[in-house]
Design a protein around this ligand. Sequence first.
Ligand code: GAR
Length: 190
Amino acid sequence: MVTKIAIFASGTGTNFSALHQAIINQKLPAKISLVVVDQPNAPVIAKAQALGIPVFIVNYRAYAEKKLAELAIIEQLNLHRVTLILLAGYMRILTPTLITAYPNQIINIHPALLPNFPGRHGILDAYQANVKLTGVTVHYVDTGIDTGTIIQQMTVPRLATDTLADLEKRIHAAEHQLYPAVLAKLLSEE
Ligand code: GAR
């Protein structure tokens, strides 16, 4: 059975592309039925549209409260019959409105070894802390900031000679490997 997924993103969309590629390569029995984006100029929008994937751009400021924005998102998810949500660089905290609508069906990727370095700047924070080892975490989403149950992690060494850009490159490469692999495993267990 093909699982209909929605990818939530705010930026470049390299994880979106990696997941899409894994589907094309038949590594994932899934279909990206919708991309939800909260930033109207995010490059991920053009990437999805070029592939003919529907995009819902949600302008949180147009709603009196976050809950209403999430209800609008849920309406779109229902319309596209989405059963699994993958956050891929979505820089917003979800509220119980969305989380309870998709229990254990919302997953996130974070560019650090949680519980270390949660938040928006996981790579930079680990770099500045001079850790020798950092990595990538795939986890279920709860209402906290990168606090949900961890599904799988992959370590990434930080070399003494690394610039921040070097480390970012290695982290992103790990993400593009780990996210599709974790998903393939989860979907095969369903
Ligand atoms: C990724 O590195 C992802 O782990 C991070 O945003 C980037 C999005 O890149 N997410 C977080 O920091 C969440 N706390 P992408 O748009 O190229 O996929």
